[in-house]
Ligand binder design. Structure first.
Ligand SMILES: C[S@@+](CC[C@H](N)C(=O)[O-])C[C@H]1O[C@@H](n2cnc3c(N)ncnc32)[C@H](O)[C@@H]1O
Length: 234
């Protein structure tokens, strides 16, 4: 069990269903697709595409997308749902594409899963064409350093600790058990800047629908970030 994804694939596919889980369907999809709509993208690479949902969304918008992922059962599900799609085995750290191949590179909740973000981000920048964008949705670093707990007065609190210490931890929910990485936001920013990319958009998206109790919980704590980084044109 290197990272838990193969063993968790069936539960993950069930969790996402047709519409996506809460974080995707009610917080991230809309602002991610708004960024896509603002750009001029004909080709895309989705790094850590999972069962292919964002590739399918890109294809619906006329964008020719390739999805890569190291987890075979997720790729099999992506191909089953989208037989005309292009889904390939691969790791973010070793992108098997020529320089400047894509208008858009997407990392949709996959940076937290990638063991070597320095190699991954350098590779994502390399395969982008000048002027192209790297669009990232990630768990907020405050979130990966935090936990819900009950304080001494019985109040439900989100406590952040050991924020500056990079570490891997196993996360479990509804039959899924996978290894995620916590890294301070500054670590990701430094790697993106070192790759020569320029920040064009940064957001901490709020829920736009769904179960009100869940909406309230997602508004209490830092949960997600969205960033769009552009490769300079010259
Ligand atoms: C949280 S899922 C996100 C999947 C998809 N992007 C989505 O939003 O539904 C994280 C994905 O990262 C993939 N992954 C794990 N290690 C990876 C690596 N080194 N390079 C690329 N993807 C990786 C997993 O197989 C999994 O599909």
């Amino acid at each position: 069990m290197e990272n838990g994804w193969t063993e968790s694939a069936a539960a993950w596919i069930a969790e996402l269903g047709d519409g996506g889980d809460f974080g995707r369907a009610c917080v991230l999809d809309r602002p991610m697709l708004e960024r896509v709509a603002r750009g001029d993208f004909a080709t895309a690479l989705d790094v850590g595409c999972g069962e292919g949902r964002f590739c399918r969304m890109l294809a619906e918008r006329g964008i020719k997308a390739i999805g890569i992922d190291p987890t075979e059962p997720l790729l099999a599900e992506a191909r089953r749902r989208d037989p005309a799609g292009d889904y390939r085995p691969g790791r973010a750290e070793q992108l098997d594409f020529a320089d400047a191949s894509f208008d858009l590179v997407v990392s949709y909740l996959s940076l937290i899963d990638i063991p070597d973000p320095a190699a991954a981000i350098a590779g994502m920048a390399r395969v982008l064409r000048p002027g192209g964008s790297l669009l990232i949705a990630n768990l907020a670093s405050f979130s990966t350093a935090g936990n819900w707990s009950v304080d001494l007065l019985g109040r439900f609190r989100f406590a952040i600790d050991h924020y500056l210490d990079e570490r891997a931890a196993w996360a479990s929910w509804r039959g899924i058990r996978v290894r995620n990485w916590h890294r301070p936001l500054g670590s990701y920013m430094a790697l993106l800047l070192d790759a020569g990319l320029e920040l064009r958009h940064f957001a901490e998206p709020a829920p736009y629908g769904g179960d009100p109790r869940r909406v309230a919980r997602y508004r209490r704590a830092p949960w997600f970030v969205i960033m769009e980084w552009q490769k300079p044109s010259s």
